[in-house]
Design a protein around this ligand. Sequence first.
Ligand SMILES: C[S@@+](CC[C@H](N)C(=O)[O-])C[C@H]1O[C@@H](n2cnc3c(N)ncnc32)[C@H](O)[C@@H]1O
Length: 401
Amino acid sequence: MSMVRETGDTAASLRAAMVNELYEMGVFRSEAVAKACSAVPRHVFAADEPLESAYAANKALVIKRDVAGQALSSLSATHIQAVMLEQAEIEPGMRVLEVGSGGYNAALLAELVGDTGTVVSADIDAEIVERARACLDAAGYGRVRVVLADADSGVPEHTPYDRIIVTAAAWDIPPAWLDQVSERGRIIVPLRMRGITRSVAFDRDGAGLVSVSYRLCGFVPMQGNGAYTERLLPLADGVTLQLDDQRQEFDTEALAGAVHGPRLEVWSGAAFDLPDELELFLVSSTPQMVMLHGSKHLVDQGVLGLSVTRGVPALVIGSSFAYRTKRPNEATGGFESGVFAHGPEAEMVAARYVELLRRWAFEHRRRGAARIRYVPLAEGEAEPAVGVVVKRFGVVEITWS
Ligand SMILES: C[S@@+](CC[C@H](N)C(=O)[O-])C[C@H]1O[C@@H](n2cnc3c(N)ncnc32)[C@H](O)[C@@H]1O
């Protein structure tokens, strides 16, 4: 058997296994997306990788890093690509703009829109554009248009788009995307909100947008005009606050002292599960909620709880703060949520946080209970408030049912 044929056979069986795995993970809601994943030879877009990596359902492959080693471009994991394509509900004949190229997702899009549709894929990086073009040609998707552009301004040449699918983490929705999506169009975007990212599928709602679904995801950050540096505020060695609001003031010295002071522990009696939904609820609950990151070292020393190592929403009021933790609930076999609090007002912040944990558990503990709206505004018109995250060109409003 020839080498090429052998590679092709192995790739085909690994691809079939990947598609089965995605079925088992419950990713597919439509036949069309599953068929596209079965059709596109992913290994052609990951030529430097072993075939097993190319077809690992949940693995992103880094294509380019910056000088500090941070990923600038990656071939996203098939899992999240399929999730977002399901959110997009693409039909044959549609015109689609992909923001951020790698080639593979554009090929999946080409399968979904078929011969009568159009796929435009834009990347800000000339090397990535060249690579995506070459991979698409090698895989037989010459009809995808790959363009070099800062997609913060969209790609006006091929408008209007029925779908704009963004594959880098966006801090805001630039006005060009709203201008270039058709009246009945949809924007699917990994949106940063107070330190967390959700892939939100937005339909038009008057001058703004309203979510039809949202999913957990992680993406490399947007570059160019839409790039945004979130504020990182070191409190003490190994403890950092991460937040959107550049103006919010903190007594960092007092908070640093609180980190190493006594720790109050309070349990909510409420169930802890669906952590990604709870996280979205907490970050949208009040502007005083910011992300707290802590080192494993401080966890091992018993100063902070384990939840800080991946970043956890923390309620910061004056020189006190509280964040969530969990413990097994033997009666239910699940977990109970609770709070660790530090500082002179530890009891007050803990009580407020526990109230939020209970409210979520008793009123909103299910998938998809949030509705996310994007309302365009002139700069400076809005203030952060309960359920409101202020962006540059508009505000994100999150409400819970
Ligand atoms: C996760 S990768 C894209 C993955 C790709 N869609 C795939 O098929 O796997 C994100 C890409 O977004 C690009 N990017 C970042 N900011 C951009 C911008 N403002 N305009 C266009 N592309 C951008 C990066 O260069 C990077 O290649």
